[in-house]
Design a protein around this ligand. Structure first.
Ligand SMILES: NC(=O)c1ccc[n+]([C@@H]2O[C@H](COP(=O)([O-])OP(=O)(O)OC[C@H]3O[C@@H](n4cnc5c(N)ncnc54)[C@H](OP(=O)(O)O)[C@@H]3O)[C@@H](O)[C@H]2O)c1
Length: 315
């Protein structure tokens, strides 16, 4: 496993990290989920991402248990707030930052998180209030660094322009071969300001592994076939997209790697990406995906990928 520095922080994170949306505490049984966490540590993954809202606290509670036997400073733990935890609890107000952080720490069974992220931008709360509350959280020692997820370039710039507050070190956008939107504005702005990307759904929720094929039959045992986990999976109904993804298979075969590894190496070719946050429903997937760290794709391979996916990716 190779490691990268997370923005202007002193955190060093594994190029492949383990996420917990839909999987742990929700769609994957606890025994298998534990095996995934163990596999992650075995292959050098040191970075775990979660959020208060994943399973309404269930993912954090699972991780609190799963990580309890490990020395706290051997891994980097990230969580988030914003989405509703009850009818009255949501957003990024000072009160919510305090309350949701304390609730997350309790579930995660720890005194601090390494990275506390705003899961989305909050139009209802003045940005200054949020930044001051996050700064207090850092000063209290409960949070080491702060980040955001899916903020636009103007929102990021507005936060950078506030004087006297703790600066963001990470941005968590969706980013993959088939979703390249952050390249236009977010990555260049972050690069200039010591903020790294830690990217979500780098496998397009498994679609880029090639397992959904082109006959539109959903294979059993996959996220798309599981009613507890198949959210926002319309890509598996897009025949044109699946056909193009199929064209990536010979590229991966020529390199002697799997399609999932090709997709992960693709996001890691971008220097501003510190880590690709994978989901995994089986320990074998963790091992396969972790082995993508260190694979470098040359210019001709990148060109072949663009040709195969022409007209199919969002940019
Ligand atoms: N900030 C945000 O708004 C946001 C949003 C979404 C996610 N996230 C974070 O990003 C993490 C990753 O998101 P994601 O789970 O959508 O990522 P992903 O890595 O694109 O998809 C993960 C899913 O793909 C399948 N898969 C993984 N490796 C595979 C392999 N080698 N071969 C075949 N199938 C494979 C598994 O599903 P099956 O085996 O069940 O098919 C797995 O659960 C989340 O856990 C969360 O921490 C953040």
């Amino acid at each position: 496993m190779q490691y990268r520095q997370l923005g202007n922080s002193d955190l060093t994170v594994s190029e492949i990290s383990l996420g917990s949306w839909l999987t742990y505490g929700v769609g994957v049984d606890n025994g298998t989920a534990l095996a995934c966490v163990d596999a992650a540590f075995e292959c050098g993954i040191n970075f775990i991402d979660t959020a208060n809202v994943y399973g309404q606290g269930a993912a954090e509670s699972f991780l609190g248990e799963a990580l309890s036997g490990r020395t706290r400073d051997t891994y980097v733990l990230a969580t988030k707030l914003f989405f509703p935890m009850s009818k009255t609890d949501s957003g990024l107000s000072a009160r919510q930052v305090q309350k949701q952080l304390d609730d997350s720490l309790k579930r995660l069974n720890t005194d601090y998180v390494d990275l506390y992220q705003c899961h989305r931008y909050d139009d209802e709360t003045p940005l200054e209030e949020t930044m001051e509350a996050l700064t207090k959280a850092v000063e209290s020692g409960k949070v080491r660094y702060i980040g955001f997820s899916e903020w636009t370039a103007p929102q990021i710039q507005a936060a950078i322009d506030i004087p006297g507050v703790v600066p963001f070190v990470s941005s968590q956008p969706q980013y993959s071969m088939i979703y390249r939107i952050p390249e236009a504005e977010v990555i260049p702005l972050c690069e200039e300001n010591g903020i790294s990307q830690i990217v979500w759904s780098p496998l397009g929720q498994g679609v880029l592994s090639g397992k959904y094929g082109k006959d539109l039959k959903t294979p059993s045992g996959t996220r798309a076939a599981n009613p507890k986990m198949n959210y926002f999976m319309d890509r598996v109904l897009d025949k044109k997209l699946l056909n193009s993804i199929n064209d990536l298979q010979p590229i991966a075969t020529d390199l002697g790697i799997s399609m999932a590894q090709l997709a992960l190496a693709w996001v890691l070719r971008e220097a501003n990406v510190a880590s690709a946050i994978i989901g995994a429903s089986r320990p074998e997937q963790v091992l396969e995906n972790a082995a993508a760290s260190g694979i470098r794709l040359d210019q001709s391979v990148l060109q072949e990928i663009d040709t195969a996916l022409e007209g199919c990716y969002k940019s």
